[in-house]
Ligand binder design. Structure first.
Ligand code: NAD
Length: 351
């Protein structure tokens, strides 16, 4: 279905028409985002993606940036290209929605976050779990459950390792540690870290450990984060060979559980793409038992793009900001130090 163009809404270009852009563009169609230009080095991919929006097609990102009528760009390129693409887009005066992780190096993420702050443009990072309706309901429930006595964020996956071993040529940038910046911890752990910060702010320290297989894949991640206000969060990311363990009978499951003096919040998701409805429960001390909080479905991809557009009209980022993106990359870098040697790390953010 072709989506009507709305002339009074910001004009948005997207660069990178691979796996994630299909989900982002489904979200854009639902949100009514004015996608007016589509760019990919592979012209056929760009043509296919542009069709339903009636958008212009190009294969050169600089040509897209040179168009003054384009207000904002969505960067859906491989991780190692984010820094350069986002810098050029900021220099061209565009608002930016950049897929996660912000970059593959803490230095570059810090530099980008500083430049984004100086630019006055909205810079949102694509941590869409903030817009998953079940997880968002948890933030709204914090007041009801009272002082937090403990929280758990956990991802369990069957057979996720993707990194190629030493000396093996990677089939794609996803499995090449130099281009992706890491495996399980980076592509999925980054999401959990951002979600944890969405609930409680930036952590002050961590105690924990990570274990890797021979190819460098992190398969057991167990951390205890000290958050502002003295809240403690257990964060686990575990690979298992078990089957059918999610509530939908699948092999991928993300859970958030927050216990407070007055009640307990619990949410779970069975599909990172958001195609299976996630669910959330609030269990208060009123004796009524757990109450389902979320009974309707919203696309996390559409919601994050609506927030990006709303942010442009209000002049501030309403999702995960460039500073959040830098902090996630900083924490990831610190966690890598815990390999095979459990320990305590205090965080010293530069932003
Ligand atoms: N939010 C999420 O949950 C989530 C999930 C998956 C991927 N991602 C992120 O999305 C980004 C893209 O991942 P993907 O899996 O879609 O990658 P992909 O390899 O499927 O797609 C990347 C696209 O970029 C194009 N490209 C490469 N170089 C280019 C250039 N110089 N100019 C124009 N186009 C170019 C490629 O042709 C390809 O179509 C990554 O940062 C990844 O981490 C986020």
């Amino acid at each position: 279905m072709e989506v009507a163009k709305l002339p009074d809404r910001p004009k948005v270009g997207i660069v990178g028409c691979g796996i994630i852009s299909q989900l982002l563009l489904d979200g854009a169609a639902l949100a009514g985002t004015n996608i007016c230009a589509v760019c990919d080095a592979d012209e056929k991919r760009a043509v296919d993606a542009a069709y339903r929006f009636g958008a212009d097609v190009c294969t050169d990102f600089d040509a897209m940036l040179a168009r003054p009528e384009i207000d904002a760009v969505i960067i859906a390129l491989p991780n190692y290209m984010h820094y350069d693409a986002a810098r050029r887009a900021l220099d061209a005066g565009k608002h930016i929605f950049c897929e996660k992780p912000l970059t593959t190096s803490v230095r570059d993420s810090l530099d980008l976050a500083r430049r984004a702050g100086d630019s006055g443009k909205v810079f949102q990072v694509g941590y869409m779990k903030r817009f998953n309706p079940a997880f968002a309901a948890g933030v709204r429930s914090l007041q009801d459950i009272g002082p937090v006595t403990g929280a758990l964020f956990r991802l369990t996956v069957n057979g996720d390792p993707i990194l190629e071993g030493p000396g093996i040529e990677a089939q794609s940038w996803h499995s090449d540690i130099r281009k992706s910046g890491g495996g399980f911890l980076v592509h999925s752990g980054s999401h959990l870290l951002d979600l944890m910060m969405f609930y409680f702010g930036a952590p002050e320290s961590v105690y924990g450990s990570l274990s890797r297989d021979v190819n460098g894949n992190e398969y057991a991640n167990n951390y205890l984060f000290k958050m502002p206000g003295g809240v403690f969060v257990t964060l686990q990311m575990c690979i298992t060979r078990a089957q059918g363990f999610s509530y939908a009978g699948g092999i991928w499951e993300e859970k958030v559980e927050i216990n407070g003096l007055n009640g307990r919040f619990f949410a779970e998701d069975a599909d990172w793409k958001g195609l299976i409805p996630s669910r959330a429960f609030l269990h208060l001390s009123d004796g009524d038992g757990p109450k389902a909080l979320f009974t309707y479905w919203e696309s996390q991809w559409a919601e994050e793009l609506k927030a990006f557009e709303e942010g442009m009209s209000r002049g501030k980022c309403l999702g995960s900001s460039a500073v959040d993106g830098y902090r996630v990359d900083y924490i990831l870098d610190q966690l890598k130090k815990l390999e095979d040697s459990p320990g305590l790390i205090e965080f010293n953010y530069e932003l």
